[in-house]
Write a protein of this length. Structure first.
Length: 236
């Protein structure tokens, strides 16, 4: 058995929030991890913690940067390929979020690039590193389905990611491509979305992790899932 014979996952945006919560869970279960984020200090803190539990490769960088994506591809190759890619890194856009008529278009382009184009770019870059039966989890949002006023930039980017995921699944029936709404979570992004609100009543991201684990390890068909409903269903 090689040094890296455990299951391997690449999680983008794993320095905090849902990405870090998922990385912690998978590290505890012995998965080999490849993780990234732009902020190198927070990523290094995450790496040091996760490295107590498993083999972890942390590469600071921006998913929008092609050279960074290539570095992730090389890391995936070096660990012997991927059992899963979790496209989790995402940005909200301006906080507070402007209505569409006032939305700065340069920022909208950045939101689309980060939330839609780069997840696809990563799938393209990592395609040859995906092992048979590998799963792609694209983290979306209820804002990608419901037309909440004020959520036009982020929401429409997540709607695009939803549809892109569905088509990717239809084009590649041998692969599992999941689009997953994690639900509201008490994270930095959620605080940015509700800048003047006390968000302490929102569930922690850890509560969305069991549903993601079900998708990573179960045998569910490619389609849209709500992470927390998945585990409620298996309890009931
Ligand atoms: N929180 C919610 O209520 C909620 C609800 C529905 C869906 N979601 C979705 O759940 C996922 C996780 O959200 P979260 O709330 O955990 O967000 P978060 O706390 O803001 O964490 C986002 C992570 O992604 C990284 N990141 C952002 N842009 C990046 C880039 N261009 N390149 C590389 N890494 C990048 C961040 O680190 P750096 O900033 O250092 O790069 C951080 O590690 C996202 O896809 C989000 O859209 C969240």
């Amino acid at each position: 058995m090689s040094e890296h014979s455990s299951r391997t996952v690449l999680i983008t945006g794993a320095s905090r929030g849902l990405g870090l919560a998922l990385a912690r869970k998978l590290a505890g279960e012995g998965w080999t991890l490849i993780v990234d984020a732009r902020g190198s200090e927070a990523l290094e803190a995450a790496r040091a913690e996760l490295a107590e539990l498993t083999h972890v490769v942390a590469i600071p960088g921006d998913v929008n940067d092609e050279e960074h994506r290539r570095a992730l591809g090389r890391a995936a190759h070096e660990v012997g390929g991927l059992d899963a890619l979790v496209n989790n890194a995402s940005i909200l856009g301006p906080s507070p979020q402007p209505n569409l008529l006032d939305y700065p278009l340069d920022v909208l382009e950045e939101v689309y690039r980060t939330n839609v184009i780069s997840p696809l770019a990563l799938v393209q870059t990592l395609w040859d590193e995906l092992k048979p039966g590998a799963r792609i989890l694209n983290i979306t949002s209820d804002a990608g389905v419901e037309p909440y006023p004020g959520w036009g930039g982020y929401g429409s980017s997540k709607a695009a990611l939803e549809h892109l995921s569905a088509i990717l699944a239809a084009e590649n029936p041998s692969l599992r491509v999941y689009r997953v709404d994690p639900g509201d979570m008490r994270t930095q992004m959620h605080q940015e979305a509700f800048p003047d609100e006390d968000i302490s009543d929102r569930p922690l991201p850890e509560e969305s992790v069991p549903g993601l684990l079900e998708l990573l390890t179960g045998d569910l068909p490619s389609r849209r899932y709500e992470a927390r409903a998945l585990t409620q269903a298996s309890k009931g």
